[in-house]
Unconditional design. Structure first.
Length: 318
């Protein structure tokens, strides 16, 4: 049986969060599956070693309507591309009528989909309930990123055993979701005074200013940037880290999926959706807020307690 999973959300974090359900489908049908995802999900790099994934098909839709799969011609083009692959079954993690019609036009006989025109709600809850109902099994919400053991061992052999190794998720999708970089610098200095450590700056080219500020600081000599690495090259490094301290960004969810304990700073995004699905994620919210009240438009970056972040980091390192 040839199975397709359609997951049209953007970003690395969302891609990671859907992994338990993609894996559950693969195990249920005893076959690797194809996935239809957007390029900026970084699936091709995140899932290069994943035995449950057979093919990654790129969904080329853009906000400016210039993607190959935008509009009527894009609709027909994608339908044709899928039809050529002769899928027997599709799981659609979206309530759009467009994906239903594309699947029907592609000749896929068995279609499972979110309720049509489903409104936004908890990303994890919706995916879990949908998958469990379709497969008639219980599915854990904990994702697992699979990496070749040789890659992990190679990095491990180059890691000093005399210090701690800490991944820092300093980037975010916007400034309101980002703890100030001076706080990260202060935190690294204080951790290093207590426990000698090396810090790995999980950020990309768009975060060059943040990276430079850390590298040019007193703790800079203890830091290594991921800027010039492929996502796939960072995975075995993160896997060998002791903890991750991160804003709510893709790097947080990657670390969690690599079974790394994380200190997660939530200041302007919904904890209930993105911070509670994994036991590896230890959430810190702004002073005066709770995990229930911290959501979009909380705007609490200035109210994250430095002492709480430091204390939780030391606790996990110990």
């Amino acid at each position: 049986m040839k199975v397709l999973v359609i997951q049209p959300k953007i970003g690395m974090g969302d891609m990671v969060i859907y992994l338990p359900y993609i894996h559950a489908i693969s195990k249920k049908y005893e076959t690797s599956v194809s996935i239809l995802v957007k390029k900026n999900s970084r699936a091709s790099q995140l899932l290069a070693d994943d035995k449950h994934i057979n093919e990654i098909i790129i969904l080329d839709r853009s906000k400016n309507n210039k993607g190959n799969h935008n509009g009527l011609f894009g609709f027909l083009k994608l339908s044709k591309e899928l039809k050529q692959r002769q899928f027997d079954k599709v799981f659609i993690y979206n309530g759009s009528l467009r994906y239903l019609l594309i699947s029907k036009l592609a000749g896929i006989k068995s279609i499972s989909q979110y309720p049509l025109l489903k409104k936004k709600d908890n990303i994890v809850t919706s995916a879990k309930i949908f998958t469990e109902n379709e497969l008639n099994i219980i599915v854990s919400t904990q994702p697992e990123l699979q990496i070749n053991n040789e890659k992990i061992t190679k990095i491990q052999n180059n890691f000093s055993k005399n210090i701690k190794h800490i991944c820092l998720g300093i980037s975010a999708s916007g400034p309101t979701k980002r703890w100030h970089i001076k706080n990260f610098i202060k935190l690294c200095l204080k951790i290093n005074e207590r426990i000698p450590s090396k810090f790995y700056l999980a950020a990309g080219h768009d975060d060059q200013n943040l990276i430079n500020e850390i590298l040019n600081s007193k703790i800079g000599k203890n830091c290594i940037s991921f800027k010039d690495l492929k996502i796939s090259e960072t995975l075995p490094i993160i896997k060998n880290c002791d903890i991750c301290i991160s804003n709510d960004t893709g790097w947080l969810h990657i670390s969690s999926a690599l079974n790394i304990k994380c200190v997660a700073l939530f200041m302007d995004s919904p904890v209930q959706a993105y911070g509670k699905y994994s036991n590896n994620i230890n959430v810190i919210v702004p002073e005066g807020e709770t995990e229930e009240t911290t959501t979009h438009n909380t705007l609490g970056s200035e109210k994250i307690s430095f002492e709480k972040v430091f204390a939780k980091s030391i606790e996990l390192l110990s």
